[in-house]
Every structure is written in C-alpha cells, then in structure tokens.
Design a protein around this ligand. Structure first.
Ligand SMILES: *[C@@H]1O[C@H](CO)[C@@H](O)[C@H](O)[C@H]1NC(C)=O
Ligand SMILES: *[C@@H]1O[C@H](CO)[C@@H](O)[C@H](O)[C@H]1NC(C)=O
Ligand SMILES: *[C@@H]1O[C@H](CO)[C@@H](O)[C@H](O)[C@H]1NC(C)=O
Ligand SMILES: *[C@@H]1O[C@H](CO)[C@@H](O)[C@H](O)[C@H]1NC(C)=O
Ligand SMILES: *[C@@H]1O[C@H](CO)[C@@H](O)[C@H](O)[C@H]1NC(C)=O
Ligand SMILES: *[C@@H]1O[C@H](CO)[C@@H](O)[C@H](O)[C@H]1NC(C)=O
Ligand SMILES: *[C@@H]1O[C@H](CO)[C@@H](O)[C@H](O)[C@H]1NC(C)=O
Ligand SMILES: *[C@@H]1O[C@H](CO)[C@@H](O)[C@H](O)[C@H]1NC(C)=O
Ligand SMILES: *[C@@H]1O[C@H](CO)[C@@H](O)[C@H](O)[C@H]1NC(C)=O
Length: 451
C-alpha cells in the first residue's frame, strides 16, 4: 500500500520535471537578444530610441513564466513620450496589484509618462502593461537601497563606486524589466558635503546611460535647499533626467500655528520653483524641472476660544489654531472628498492608531459641515466640521483648481503627483479634472508671473 503511494509520487515527480523541461526546450529558440521592439511607436520622435540591449537571461514574460521575455510589451525601456514629463508616484502597495493597473479608472495611461513604484513585491507584469502604453516604470528607492554602506560615505570625487554598487542596481532593473530609478533621498537639507551628492548621481547616471540611453534617473528634492546643495546644484541637474520638486508638506504642524495660513502646497511654490530652481540652473534645465503636487491633505483639531465655541458661525471662519493635544494627520483626497458627504468623522487624533480618550479612534457625529472654503493667501481649499461636542476639525487640501493655479504657465518640464492611489474611487469627472490640472497644456512653455 505505502509502496504504491511512493510509486505514484515518483511518477508525479517525473511528470512535473518533464513539464519543466518541455517549457525550457520551448524557450530555447527565443533565447536570443532582443532587437528594437519599439520602432513602430508613432508617439515617439526620439531618435535615441534604439533599444538594443541584450537580454539573454532577462525578465520573465507573464504568458510564459519560465521563458525569458522577448515580447514587445516586455521590451527594454522606451523613449520619452510627450513634450512634458508627467511623473506619477504610486504608493499603498499597489506595485503588487496588477489588477489595479489593468482595470482601475484612476490609471489614465495616456496622461502618464513615468510611474514610480516601490520594488517590494513588484508584479513584473505591470511593466509589460506600462510599456504597451508607452509609459516608463521606475523604482522609487531610498538611501539604504543605493548605498551598500551609507554610514561611511566620505568626501572624495572618485570614492563612490565602492559604495554604490551600480552593477547590483542595473541588475535589479534588468531582472524586473523596469526603466530606471526615482531617488527619494529628499535631499536638500540633510546628507552630504562638498560634491558628495552630485558625485553619487554622476556615478549612477553614467552607469545607467552606458547600459541603455533610455534608462531614467530622477531625484526628489524639497523646494528650498541648504548651502550644501546650492554649491553643486548645476552638477546635480547635469546628472539627472528630471528634478522632482516636492510641492507639498509645507504645512507648519507646530502647536499654536494658524493652519489656515499654512497650506500643504501653497501658491508661493511658483516663486520657489522660479528662484530656487529655474534661475540658478542653466536655461535648458528648466525642461528637467518637474513640480510634484499632492493628492492628499491634512486634518487638524482646532483650539477654540470660549467665544468661538459658543458661536455657530465659527464653522465658516478661517481661524484654526492647532490644538495642543493632537497631531496634524495626513489624509488622501478620496477620504477628504468622501467626508463632504458624510455625517460622521473618524479621526485618529494622535496619528498613532490610538486615542488618548478611551484608547480608541474617535467617531464623532458631525453637526455642521462648512462645504468647501477658499484661502486667498495660499490659494488652496479647506473644509471645517463641527461635531456634536462643539469641537471643530479643519481639513486643508487641494482641489483640481488649486493645483491648476500652481502649475499654469510655469513653463517647466512637467508635473508630478504624490500619489495616484489617493484618488481611487472618485467619480470619473473629478479624476479627469485632477489629471487635467497638471497636463502639458496647463504648464506651458514659458514662465509667466501670475499675481
Ligand atoms: C535584428 O534586426 C536585424 C536588422 O533589422 C535583423 O537582420 C535581425 O535578424 C534581427 N534580429 C532578431 C533577433 O530579430
Ligand atoms: C506598425 O503599426 C501599424 C499600425 O498600427 C501596424 O499595422 C503594423 O503591423 C505595425 N508594424 C510592426 C512591425 O509592428
Ligand atoms: C514627429 O516628427 C515629425 C517630423 O518632424 C512630425 O511631423 C510629427 O508630428 C512628429 N510626431 C509627434 C508625435 O510628435
Ligand atoms: C542607434 O543605432 C544606429 C545604427 O546602429 C547607431 O548608428 C546609433 O549610434 C544608435 N544610437 C544610439 C543612441 O545608440
Ligand atoms: C487591487 O486593485 C483592484 C482594482 O483597484 C481592487 O479592486 C482590489 O481590491 C485590489 N486588491 C488588493 C489586494 O488590494
Ligand atoms: C555588487 O553587486 C553584485 C551583484 O549583486 C555582486 O555580485 C558584487 O559582489 C557586488 N560588489 C560589491 C563590491 O559588493
Ligand atoms: C488665520 O488665518 C486666516 C486666513 O488668513 C485669517 O483670516 C485669520 O484671521 C487668522 N487667524 C489668526 C488668529 O491669526
Ligand atoms: C494645552 O493648552 C491649554 C490651554 O489652551 C493648557 O491649559 C494645557 O495645559 C495645554 N496642554 C499641553 C499638553 O500643553
Ligand atoms: C462611525 O459611526 C457611524 C455612524 O454611527 C457608523 O456608521 C460607522 O460604522 C462608524 N465607524 C466606525 C469605524 O466606528
């Protein structure tokens, strides 16, 4: 009896091995270098688009999971699609959800040039889908993924190769069939002296371009930067395809701040982009500047005076001094907009999944909702909610119009967003308006001062 089972198991094992072998044999004839797979792209006038890297043992094709990929969709990096770069970050673990990219209405392929995803549990089929839509996929990475030993970085122009293992970084691109890296060091006021940062970029940029001209390297920066970066700003630009300026997190979350005057993404960004990035860099580099806008906002509990608490009209006023017992909490735009049609407010008051009162998240019934209000100082929107206890909560956020106001006639290289997942589930016209707000016709080709 037991002998019989063992025999059967052995037969099954042999069959499985045979299936594997057949698969490999079937692959043999296609295990050759890929030629240009993308010549037929009418959208693409980029003459640098040769795409002739050799992938003998490269990424896997979804339809033949055991075969090297030579299908068009899995081909090597594609060239630039549009006159402006539309650079989209995707968070929320979406990089492992192929269905999301295949089906979700928030993914408007025709409006996107680059998708920046995390590499953790990345579903390789997403690149195939993206390439079929002429969209690049890049991995968003932080310091730890670039430097083998970040702690020991020293100042020395030629010192960097040992610390940045460019072979490993290129292998990761080849293995996943993606098109480059989006560095998220958020450099500006931390790390590096002298030319440390630009040397790092140079090493990586040179390596990527030597493997494939169409590999892309970008880096995210805060709007303002310290002297450390100022001294190497031109070299930084020389060794990047795009400079992604993070046009968010400008809100001052210190207790006592009047947050109505302190937007996540204020209109003042226009001047920051001009005087900190466009002016110091060579004129041609304006085409490398991409302003990323937020599809999220912040909520705060307001500290009320006795009079404000007693006055029902406080719901329509603009005073919101951050309450000293709570944190300012980030919320995706989809949650903020959903709240406009809600009669209760769920708020993790300390942004740590617990509430000091009763140790749980508050769930308060809303008595009044202000609808959408406008701050002219920052040219952004906010909404206020009064609960049945008389407390007021304020959301500061961006609408398609406030984003449009920031970006119109900036004359830079493109726009970006943090992050695509934050508009999932919104009605299509709103999704379309959010995309339109940073489209190439809005950005324009020359900077125009707008007061
Ligand atoms: C690559 O292209 C050349 C010229 O068009 C052609 O002769 C060659 O057969 C192609 N190779 C493959 C593997 O398709
Ligand atoms: C190029 O595109 C045209 C029109 O879409 C198509 O008919 C043709 O087969 C394509 N050629 C190749 C080589 O893919
Ligand atoms: C590509 O270039 C040709 C000739 O310069 C031009 O007529 C055509 O409109 C361009 N196509 C695109 C998609 O930009
Ligand atoms: C593209 O291929 C052509 C012909 O092989 C070659 O002359 C040219 O230098 C290549 N361009 C790039 C950017 O590799
Ligand atoms: C993947 O995305 C689809 C479409 O947006 C969604 O319905 C589904 O719940 C997601 N799956 C996971 C595991 O997040
Ligand atoms: C760089 O990475 C490659 C591939 O992962 C590895 O084989 C090599 O040992 C690494 N080099 C150094 C100096 O760590
Ligand atoms: C807070 O800012 C708003 C918007 O500028 C302003 O109307 C209001 O007077 C400010 N309140 C205080 C206390 O500064
Ligand atoms: C918060 O502010 C109130 C007055 O507005 C004060 O009585 C209280 O001590 C403050 N609490 C903390 C933790 O600072
Ligand atoms: C919050 O309260 C509303 C209305 O009572 C209820 O429908 C909802 O399920 C509650 N949500 C949570 C997370 O407790």
């Amino acid at each position: 009896m037991i002998n019989n089972i063992i025999k059967k198991l052995k037969i099954i094992k042999i069959i499985i091995i045979l299936i594997f072998l057949i698969n490999f044999i079937k692959c043999e004839d296609i295990n050759i270098n890929t030629n240009n797979t993308n010549t037929n792209n009418t959208n693409n006038n980029n003459t640098n688009n040769n795409n002739t890297i050799i992938i003998n043992d490269g990424p896997l094709c979804p339809s033949k999971p055991l075969c090297p990929c030579i299908c068009e969709e899995c081909g090597p990096p594609i060239g630039r699609k549009n006159s402006k770069q539309i650079f989209i970050y995707v968070a929320g673990n979406k990089q492992s959800n192929y269905t999301y990219f295949e089906k979700d209405p928030s993914v408007k392929w025709e409006e996107i040039d680059t998708l920046a995803l995390y590499s953790n549990k990345f579903d390789k089929r997403i690149t195939c889908l993206a390439h079929r839509n002429n969209v690049k996929v890049v991995f968003t990475i932080e310091e730890g993924s670039v430097f083998d030993d970040f702690k020991y970085l020293k100042v020395n122009g030629n010192y960097w190769d040992g610390y940045i293992n460019t072979t490993r970084l290129v292998n990761t691109l080849l293995e996943n069939n993606v098109d480059g890296y989006s560095l998220d060091f958020e450099y500006g006021n931390r790390h590096g002296k002298d030319l440390e940062f630009s040397n790092t970029l140079k090493t990586l940029y040179t390596k990527l371009k030597s493997v494939n001209e169409n590999y892309q390297l970008t880096s995210a920066f805060s709007g303002y930067y310290s002297d450390v970066l100022k001294n190497q700003i031109q070299l930084v630009a020389d060794n990047l395809d795009y400079i992604i300026i993070m046009g968010y997190d400008f809100i001052n979350t210190k207790i006592g701040t009047n947050i109505t005057n302190s937007a996540n993404s204020p209109i003042g960004l226009r001047k920051i982009v001009k005087s900190w990035w466009m002016d110091p860099l060579e004129k041609k580099d304006s085409a490398k500047i991409v302003l990323a806008v937020p599809w999220y906002g912040q909520i705060a509990k307001c500290d009320l005076t006795y009079e404000q608490r007693a006055n029902a009209a406080t719901i329509f006023q603009a005073d919101c001094i951050i309450d000293n017992r709570t944190s300012v909490v980030q919320k995706p735009i989809r949650e903020i907009l959903a709240l406009l049609n809600n009669d209760y407010l769920i708020f993790d008051i300390n942004n740590n999944n617990e509430n000091i009162i009763n140790n749980k998240i508050i769930n308060n019934t809303i008595k009044y909702s202000s609808g959408i209000l406008w701050t002219s100082n920052t040219q952004t929107v906010f909404s206020r909610y009064r609960d049945t206890n008389g407390d007021i909560y304020q959301f500061n956020y961006d609408s398609p119009f406030s984003i449009y106001s920031k970006l119109r006639s900036l004359g830079i290289g493109g726009a970006g967003v943090w992050s695509l997942d934050k508009i999932i589930g919104l009605p299509k016209p709103i999704i379309d308006a959010f995309y339109f707000a940073f489209s190439r016709q809005v950005i324009g080709d020359t900077y125009i001062e707008i007061n």
